[in-house]
Design a binder for this molecule. Structure first.
Ligand SMILES: [Zn+2]
Length: 236
């Protein structure tokens, strides 16, 4: 059996939307590959870290000079997010060589259904029907999330992949969505808690900016209280 390949839009979605399923696959002895498909640039958190306004999480404005770091460029910000992502995946047990940072917007290109589909095809060409393919739901209210679901649904409907699953983002859980809920075991919960810590780490002098928590700390808190993923099938 081939790998389970998770297409993840942003650094934090692998933990918030898919960690229970990642752990289930690893626990079953499956190879897991995680593909990050955007740079994660363009978040309001970059401005907050550069001293421009406040986040609900931090409460007061940052002062990069006093706190010991230079203002973050777009690339610095993306790199810092990638550190959180790789660190979190390590806590989940995904090996470094199975973490693929392949943003379709790396050179400023568009994130859309077709660019994400082209990226998926790189994996289809290697693993074909032996792999399981995972993406965000094509119902997702976030466009950059939804594109992976739309791309994967097309590949499924074209018969190019046969094993496809779609994650409901936690921010959409209050909406009417299909799917089955998977709850973490206590051992999995412990790993997920450690993965979340990678998004909470604040040590700017050494390049840790707690970007995940500045962005959506309330979602992390709600998730850690009872880690669950919600997953639906194609055309569900
Ligand atoms: Zn996201």
């Amino acid at each position: 059996m081939g790998p389970a390949i998770f297409f993840i839009p942003h650094q934090d979605d692998e933990t918030l939307q898919a960690a229970v399923d990642i752990l289930n696959h690893l626990g079953a002895g499956r190879e897991v590959i995680v593909v990050l498909y955007t740079t994660g640039k363009g978040s309001f958190v970059q401005g907050v870290l550069n001293g421009d306004g406040t986040s609900a999480y931090w409460g007061t404005a940052h002062n990069p000079y006093l706190e010991g770091y230079e203002s973050l460029t777009d690339d610095d910000f993306s790199t810092a997010r990638n550190r959180e992502f790789c660190s979190a995946l390590g806590q989940l047990g995904v090996t470094p060589e199975s973490i693929h940072i392949q943003p379709v917007d790396l050179e400023g290109g568009p994130v859309n259904k077709d660019t994400v589909k082209a990226l998926m095809m790189e994996y289809v060409n290697i693993y074909g029907l032996t792999a399981s393919y995972k993406a965000m739901s094509y119902y997702d209210t976030s466009d950059s999330h939804k594109y992976s679901g739309q791309a994967l649904l097309e590949l499924y409907n074209e018969g190019i992949v046969t094993d496809a699953r779609f994650y409901i983002a936690r921010s959409d859980w209050a909406l009417s969505r299909p799917g089955t809920t998977y709850t973490a075991t206590s051992a999995q919960k412990d790993k997920i808690k450690k993965a979340a810590r990678c998004y909470e780490a604040w040590n700017p002098v050494s390049g840790a900016f707690a970007i995940g928590y500045h962005s959506i700390y309330a979602q992390f808190n709600a998730y850690l209280a009872n880690p669950q993923n919600k997953i639906h099938k194609p055309n569900e």
